[in-house]
Design a protein around this ligand. Sequence first.
Ligand SMILES: [Zn+2]
Length: 212
Amino acid sequence: MHTKTKNWQSELVDCIHFLHTKGFAPATSSNYSIRPDESSDFYISSSGIDKGTFSEADLMHVNSAGVPIGDHRKPSAETLLHVLVYQHMPEIKCVLHTHTVYNTVLSTLFQETGQLRLEGFEVLKGLAGIKTHDTYIDVPIFQNSQDMQQLSAEIQAHWQKHGFGQGFLLAGHGLYTWGKDIAEAKRQVEVFEFLFEVFYKIKSFSVVSLPN
Ligand SMILES: [Zn+2]
């Protein structure tokens, strides 16, 4: 059990470094968590740590409500959003939250619409449950808020109506996505960030080319 937990921790640290290298986590931003098997507790990145130098010691053990276990450090206020995902999706073991240029720009531009539709792209097949490019997903965009209780209530209400999907955006803030293991969650981050960039570039090009 101890060995297994250790493996999860080092795999998550590798993933955090990878996301940092990709430019998905500027400065000390973004937060990440892992829920090991057979547990309702989870481990989450402690706040204020540069993700380029993040180590296993920077992971905090918290209970299913996000309260630190034997740790005086302060978890990120956004720990409650990780709690929300874990409480609603028992099969999910990893939650990744990135702040990137494209997810920030698009979630700002489309916040009034309340969603971003990604349609017809081959790479959609990298998301859990999607088997063909000939489909679309609507990524919900919630208004950014420092009030995690209220934000959680809004997200829950959306899930009840539309299902969990594969992730959500917070306007002007970033992406939350998840997976049944670290590899799946990491793949979903890469797919989303790839598609956000593609979507942005297609839209930019369309605007430039409109006269034709
Ligand atoms: Zn954030």
